[in-house]
Ligand binder design. Structure first.
Ligand SMILES: [Zn+2]
Length: 290
């Protein structure tokens, strides 16, 4: 059984982290840079790719993203989009972007949202400054270095080992939308423990076995979604923590019929559901396409 690679788990540019501290090299690289543009909510797009500009007129806040095969440096610049250009959210365009652009955009958005939310030192409270071409913040007052955070969350396709999977819905979702269960990993937990806890909290069911499938960054603002399939003993779901409005079982035929609203293709939730739908009924042994 092969699961589709999640839409945002792609990249084609070398991050070249060793260059981030070389200010002379970075200045030269900026002069010949290809620049993608992000305004805090949307990325500038051009057809099915990101809009690429030169360094001219780019806003001052910029991050070095990496080098492509022909040694072209890629940067992101954060601020107003160039006049007359079109912006799109990652949810809108994530599945249509090529590997290079998908990787660049999630990298850029992850950094931009982290900088925007972490202007002050978590140790002493003084303002911090960006360093290492956008990959850390330093505190001039106490010397602390702060690294971008990534918050792991588990997301799991719960199934009964046969032809039923369990999906839930949150009250804020559009009518008839159902999706996989998910939740943040808590301090001191393994991923598998988080899967079991969340399935218990959201659906009152005990996980018999769970297996990792794939992961993808979800930079809203800083999640890494870690995808699993989790087998439970079939039983009536019980909403233990009240986070979901409903959790219920579906057969493959029900989901294939198109009568149930599923998550958009850019989400790893959808790749988990699609992978399970394509699997023969029975134990699901996941692999991910290379
Ligand atoms: Zn400090």
């Amino acid at each position: 059984m092969t699961y589709r690679r999640p839409a945002l788990a792609r990249a084609a540019v070398d991050r070249a982290a060793e260059r981030r501290s070389d200010t002379e090299w970075l200045a030269d690289a900026w002069a010949r840079a290809k620049v993608l543009r992000w305004d805090g909510e949307k990325v500038a797009v051009d057809g099915d790719g990101v809009l690429v500009t030169g360094p001219e007129d780019a806003p001052a806040e910029r991050y070095f993203l990496g080098l492509d095969d022909d040694d072209t440096p890629w940067f992101a610049a954060v601020g107003p989009l160039p006049l007359g250009t079109f912006g799109a959210t990652l949810r809108d365009v994530g599945t249509r972007l090529g590997d290079r652009d998908a990787g660049l955009v999630v990298h850029a958005i992850g950094l931009a949202l982290w900088h925007a939310r972490h202007p002050r030192c978590a140790v002493c409270g003084e303002p911090t400054v960006m360093a290492l071409a956008g990959h850390i913040r330093r505190c001039p007052a106490c010397g602390a270095e702060h690294f971008p955070r990534t918050d792991p969350a588990v997301i799991m396709l719960v199934h009964d080992g046969g032809d039923r999977c369990l999906l839930g819905r949150q009250p804020s979702w559009p009518p008839n939308r159902y999706s996989t269960l998910a939740g943040f990993v808590e301090p001191g937990e393994s991923l598998e423990m988080a899967v079991a806890r969340e399935v218990h909290e959201e659906a009152g069911l005990a996980v018999l076995a769970s297996q990792y499938v794939s992961s993808q960054p979800w930079p809203f603002p800083s999640s890494l979604m870690v995808g699993f399939v989790a087998r439970v003993e079939y039983g009536e779901p019980r909403l233990v923590d009240g986070e979901l409005e409903e959790a219920r079982w579906f057969t493959r035929d029900e989901l294939r019929s198109g009568s149930v609203g599923l998550s958009p293709g850019v989400s790893i939730a959808r790749t988990l559901v699609d992978g399970w739908l394509d699997a023969p009924a029975g134990e699901v042994a996941p692999t991910v396409e290379p």
